[in-house]
Design a binder for this molecule. Structure first.
Ligand code: FRU
Length: 446
């Protein structure tokens, strides 16, 4: 009796230890997960909301799941934040801290966090016959969420318009919403209070749809030069100028995600150190007999780098991931062939390789081959080098069911899911210039 009461009061902590449970890529405790939503830093914590099916491991019943973290690595799962209602299930969207309380739903001394999301009308019984519209929810404590009774704040415009991304535009002191419209068109809307929105213009990202992100970012090494980036779910992005009304691309759309499992990336709003940190959904992968399905990428910090006459987004894993390092695996003869046998299948590997002469890094059965012109990641895919440098850096993060590769200052980022077969894969290196590897600990062990 006493024991039962104790168990009820203190439910056992989730172990996150199942065979195919990623150990430092975020997964829902149970059920399906897709896009990251509402990434924001609020009241001392990073908030990760996500597209979630609480009732099954396949897509459906879209709800915003919720987790928070002080360091972007160790997450605490919280109750779901937004559930379906008579306007529809809850599709993707974003969140901002409304510092000046422009929406009037908090106070300036206690600013609200405001979430803009798509109510996907017609996707549940209660919303039969309704169209997709954009809605507002808010919180003043980061834990309890209130939908605006007057929702939607932006009625249906066309097609399956969705995925509002909201940012503050300081020069015009306005809120801006980038919204996916239809085809490869995205709309720009403006608001002074996050509640009334007026259209300002359209932008096309050729061949792209869904989940826009919009942000300003400095150009690396060029003091005071800043550009605006508008990206889409596939990772394709435009770089240009934005005056609060019109986004003017200054170069053609470029691909931003190179691996087979990288989709719907979003960046954090209000990041306290001013970094532009992105998380994507590692769409796909297999998780046989697991209570969850799908995983997020590791958080990565974006940069804008001038390379071969283009401004390119580059992404590097956030430095907080180093919190997971344990043993350093020694390599003494990296110039020729070196062997290391880690005791873990959670690994970080950093190397320097040449883009002119071949090198290989084999981790268990997965072999990465740097060949002249391109990197081949086992049978998971390959990617061309984007710069003409002869020596480049390579960082690998290997989790239980995925690998992420960051190359050449992050110009190439390659995210792929796979089912590894070894508990402690041997590492064999041929031809790399330098190599260091760390065993990592799980983000779910205290
Ligand atoms: C992208 C997407 C979004 C939509 C959500 C629904 O993966 O299709 O456009 O809001 O997923 O789960």
């Amino acid at each position: 009796m006493f024991l039962a009461a104790l168990v009820l009061m203190n439910p056992p902590a989730l172990q996150y230890s199942e065979t195919y449970r990623p150990q430092f890529h975020f997964t829902a405790p149970k059920g399906w997960l897709n896009d990251p939503n509402g990434l924001v830093y609020y009241r001392g914590k990073y908030h990760l909301f996500y597209q979630h099916n609480p009732f099954g491991t396949e897509w459906g019943n879209m709800t915003w799941g919720h987790a928070t973290s002080a360091d972007l690595i160790h997450w605490q799962n919280l109750p779901n934040a937004l559930a379906p209602d008579q306007l529809g299930t809850v599709f993707s969207g974003s969140a901002v801290v409304d510092w000046k309380n422009t929406c009037g739903l908090g106070t300036e001394s206690d600013p609200p966090m405001v979430m803009l999301y798509t109510a996907a009308g017609g996707t549940n019984e209660e919303s039969k016959g309704k169209r997709f519209s954009q809605c507002l929810a808010y919180t003043t404590d980061g834990e309890t969420f209130h939908k605006l009774p007057a929702n939607p704040v932006l009625p249906h415009i066309e097609g399956e318009n969705r995925d509002p991304k909201v940012v503050w535009h300081e020069p015009t002191k306005s809120w801006i919403m980038a919204l996916y419209l239809d085809g490869d068109r995205f709309g720009i809307f403006r608001s002074s209070d996050l509640r009334k929105w007026t259209p300002a213009g359209n932008v096309t990202i050729p061949g792209s749809s869904e989940c826009p992100d919009l942000f300003e970012i400095p150009v690396d090494g060029e003091s005071k030069v800043k550009k605006w980036v508008l990206s889409s779910a596939s990772g394709r992005y435009l770089v240009g100028s934005f005056d609060g009304y019109e986004f003017k691309p200054e170069q053609e759309a470029l691909p931003g995600a190179f691996g087979p499992n990288d989709y719907a990336a979003q960046t954090f709003s209000d990041e306290p150190k001013g970094r532009r940190i992105q998380i994507s959904w590692m769409r796909g992968g297999k998780y046989p007999d697991m209570p969850f399905n799908q995983q997020m990428s590791v958080p990565r910090e974006l940069h804008l780098i001038r390379s071969n006459n283009k401004l390119r987004l580059a992404a590097l894993p956030v430095r907080e991931l180093q919190l997971l390092r344990t043993n350093k695996v020694a390599f003494t003869r990296a110039e020729s062939t070196a062997f290391g046998q880690p005791r873990s299948n959670l690994l970080e590997i950093r190397a320097k390789v040449s883009t002119n002469s071949p090198s290989k890094i084999r981790v268990g059965r997965l072999e990465l081959r740097c060949e002249p012109g391109k990197l081949i990641v086992g049978n998971l895919g390959s990617v061309d080098y984007l710069s003409d440098r002869s020596d480049i850096d390579l960082t690998l993060y290997i989790d239980r069911t995925s690998i992420e590769v960051f190359m050449d200052r992050g110009l190439v980022q390659f995210a792929a899911c796979y089912l590894p077969t070894e508990a402690a894969p041997e590492i064999v290196v041929t031809g790399a210039k330098e190599l260091t590897a760390w065993e990592l600990k799980s983000a779910w062990t205290k």
